[in-house]
Design a protein around this ligand. Structure first.
Ligand code: 5RP
Length: 227
């Protein structure tokens, strides 16, 4: 699998600007991309700084000596490269498998271009086919948010940590609910709006109409889906 992710990451390397600020997404595919980006910077081919979308991305930038910036210094980013958990035919996304959806969406929204790197298994006809929809929830509101979600006929599953007892706590100090819909989602924009209307829901992992290109890694190489 890692060579397939490598094929996706390498495809996006060609888009790295000669200079400027870009967004660095999160996940295992982005980790491969970050290593390549660090090499391009070290060789002098690119003079780029990044806004990290998570503590993971921040650590990747440190590990690979990639200069850091932030959205106060550089509120407009040339490009963001990020991963995804599902991609539908309109290039709408589910993100948040790594719990970083809130900052990822902010960084993506600051970018002129959002490029997604995935392996082919992430492509679906409709979102919610294989993956649950993560939402970031303010801890104080957990009970009432769960109740309102259940009233919609959706099962909210509180994401549990693996190397700590209890729930996952995000980089922002919040919880993640993974929403199990009864059917795949046909209208992701409306679903995203409805979820965000619930007080206590900070952000959803539905990225609707945001991705410009999806670079899909395969066994043999890669191909690009465009909006
Ligand atoms: C983290 C994300 C990741 O980008 C997404 O989970 C994909 O990760 P990977 O490249 O490891 O499959 O949204 O919150």
């Amino acid at each position: 699998m890692s060579h397939i992710k490598m094929n996706a990451a390498k495809s996006a390397i060609a888009l790295i600007p000669k200079q400027g600020a870009m967004g660095l997404g999160s996940g295992s595919t982005v980790a491969i991309f970050a290593k390549e980006l660090g090499q391009k910077i070290a060789s002098g081919e690119a003079n780029v700084s990044v806004v990290p979308s998570s503590y993971q991305a921040y650590q990747l930038a440190i590990d690979y000596s990639i200069p850091l910036t932030n959205l106060d210094l550089t509120p407009e980013l040339v490009l963001t490269v990020d991963g995804a958990d599902e991609v539908d035919k309109e290039l709408n996304l589910i993100k948040g498998g790594g719990g970083a959806l809130f900052q990822e969406k902010i960084v993506a929204s600051a970018s002129k271009k959002l490029v997604i790197i995935v392996d082919e298994s992430k492509l679906v006809d409709h979102l919610g086919t294989k993956f649950h929809i993560p939402i970031e929830v303010f801890p104080f509101s957990l009970g009432i948010v769960q109740k309102k979600i259940r009233q919609k006929g959706i099962e909210p599953i509180l994401r549990q940590a693996t190397k700590k007892m209890g729930p996952v706590v995000t980089d922002n100090g919040n919880f993640i609910l993974d929403l199990k819909f009864q059917e795949p989602i046909l209208n992701p924009n409306q679903v995203a709006i409805d979820l965000k209307m619930i007080p206590g829901v900070i952000e959803t992992g539905l990225f609707v109409g945001m991705a410009d290109e999806v670079h899909v890694g395969t066994e043999e190489g890669s191909y690009i889906l465009k909006k």
